[in-house]
Design a protein around this ligand. Structure first.
Ligand code: NAD
Length: 488
């Protein structure tokens, strides 16, 4: 079956090219999908343009848009197991996590279904001689570009609010992980809606993604992915002064104070760093631990890291899976070498597992580096793998200073039993999400996004909808008469 979706029809790419989709567990070929190029992007953008300009979707009743979103939420739960399985095969993540992802995607669709049509704008006091109101309209044609670590989840944080606001779009998942996104578009098709509102293209970033950003008929680009790609996208979008929303990387500090509950803090530090083999934008990959606790904490962390069961994501006994691709594994292994060269002390991991059953997959053991310094590349750059660095601090001020010493600013966490200290530190940390005595939770109702070079704009919450809306001020003079500014 063809795997691009343009103007309400499944279609092959114009050039007839295909790409193999690889299972990171054993490097086997799962399937092949169509590989688009600029011509397919042009077809998809033009279809989205026609569907938007026609106005039936964009400016029609909001109830219809809410119904589509709600229907998709229902179908996601109906097909949960199949979708989770596709996500696991494609990314390598455990099936338990993939199921949680499907629930979170469902929550995003439900939340934006509820938000649809809620905000009809507002009246503004313009005095007795005028009527003035602010209304919200969709931006237009959106290019939505997603990464490979949470393929469906990241796509849903764009697709659901874009549709709720009345936009039309062209969506591209990562070329490495297209399978669950294809399924989501099948559900959007089943849910109804005019042709051209939803379009899907597949292919690499340099060709297909770049064409989605530079196309003159695109009004908004929403991108989740790496910092370097984000910079390129921002530069290209500047040409057409397009609206841009960027969700980029993170190097997220996890600060453990001396008065924290030791066992809970270690347990969460483990999940923060090694969930999904650390391929999480908000991973707690930078541990900052109070001097008094440091040695005991590192020993316990390493001990527990060594007991993490690495394996096939479909095996319910596996606690974490492989890295997503051979190229990504090579990148993470390079960082292990860099860290050693910089003088960080390898406490555990840093190599592939011995188990012969995992030999053809892209596995790396959970890795802990101690004796790290703030200036090291492994402390400052996003590794995006199962690698955690540990620094130590002596005072609260020093902890805050270290935790803010990053070009990123996506998330940060503080562990302490002192409620005042928790609030003080949360107020001083410069990151888009701060967790106190927790790590990783996010809610569809609460904004998600980054300070600094972690991004521009916000997803989720009311701001996640605002990204896809233009505010329009309509002002009516109800006593029009000549004003005689010019007297002649
Ligand atoms: P990536 O930047 O390599 O690719 C992301 C997407 O952009 C892919 O679909 C890719 O094909 C496309 N792309 C690549 N080059 C492009 C170009 N020149 N023009 C347009 N599109 C292009 O990122 P990745 O490796 O897929 O994902 C990992 C990154 O995503 C990490 O840095 C991670 O932190 C980040 N991420 C951030 C968040 C967040 O919420 N802030 C969430 C998930 C992932």
């Amino acid at each position: 079956m063809p795997s691009l979706y343009v103007d309400g029809r499944w279609t092959a790419s114009q050039n007839g090219r295909e790409r193999e989709v690889i299972n990171p567990f054993d490097a086997s070929v799962l399937t092949t999908v169509d590989e688009a190029d600029e011509t397919d992007v042009d077809r998809a953008v033009r279809a989205a343009r026609r569907a938007f300009d026609d106005g039936d979707w964009a400016f029609g009743p909001s109830k219809r848009r809410a119904e589509v979103l709600r229907a998709v939420a229902g179908m996601l739960q109906r097909d949960k197991e199949a979708i989770a399985r596709a996500e696991t095969l494609d990314t390598g993540k455990t099936i338990a996590e993939a199921r949680i992802d499907v629930d979170d995607v469902t929550a995003a669709f439900s939340y934006y279904a509820d938000m649809t049509g809620k905000d009809a704008g507002r009246n503004v006091d313009a005095g007795p001689d005028a009527v003035s109101r602010v209304v919200y309209e969709p931006v237009g044609v959106c290019s939505l570009i997603a990464p490979w670590n949470y393929p469906l989840l990241q796509a849903s944080w764009k697709v659901a609010p874009a549709l709720a606001a009345g936009n039309t779009f062209v969506l591209k998942p990562s070329e490495i992980t297209p399978l669950s996104t294809i399924r989501m578009v099948e559900l959007l098709e089943e849910a109804g809606g005019p042709p051209g509102v939803v379009n899907l293209v597949l292919g690499d970033g340099a060709t297909v993604g770049a064409a989605m950003v530079s196309h003159p008929e695109v009004d908004l680009v929403s991108f989740t992915g790496g910092l370097l790609t984000g910079r390129k996208i921002m530069a290209s979008a500047a040409e057409g002064v397009k609206k841009v929303a960027l969700e980029l990387g993170g190097k997220n500090p996890n600060v453990v104070c001396a008065d924290a509950d030791f066992e809970t803090a270690v347990d969460y530090a483990l999940a923060a760093a090694f969930l999904d083999s650390g391929q999480v934008c908000s991973a707690g990959s930078r541990l900052i631990v109070a001097d008094e606790l440091h040695d005991r904490f590192v020993a316990e962390l390493a001990d527990r890291a060594e007991r993490i069961r690495v394996g096939d994501g479909l095996d319910p006994d596996s606690e974490t899976g492989p890295l997503v691709s051979a190229e990504h594994l090579a990148k993470v292994e390079k960082y292990v070498e860099i860290a050693r060269g910089e003088g960080a002390r390898l406490v555990t991991g840093g190599r592939r597992p011995d188990d012969p059953k995992l030999a053809s997959g892209f596995f790396l053991l959970p890795t802990v580096f101690a004796d790290c310094e703030r200036g090291m590349r492994v402390v400052q750059e996003e590794v995006f793998g199962p690698v955690v660095t540990v620094e130590r601090f002596r005072t609260e001020d020093e902890a805050v200073e270290l935790a803010n010493d990053t070009r990123y600013g996506l998330t940060g966490a503080v562990w302490t039993n002192d409620a005042s200290r928790a609030q003080r530190m949360a107020n001083r940390l410069r990151h888009g999400t701060i967790w106190i005595n927790d790590f990783h939770p996010y809610l569809p109702q609460a904004e998600w996004g980054g300070f600094g070079q972690s991004g521009v704009g916000r997803e989720l919450g009311p701001s996640g909808l605002d990204e896809y809306r233009e505010a329009k001020h309509i002002y009516q003079n109800i006593r029009p008469e000549p004003m005689r500014w010019f007297r002649g």
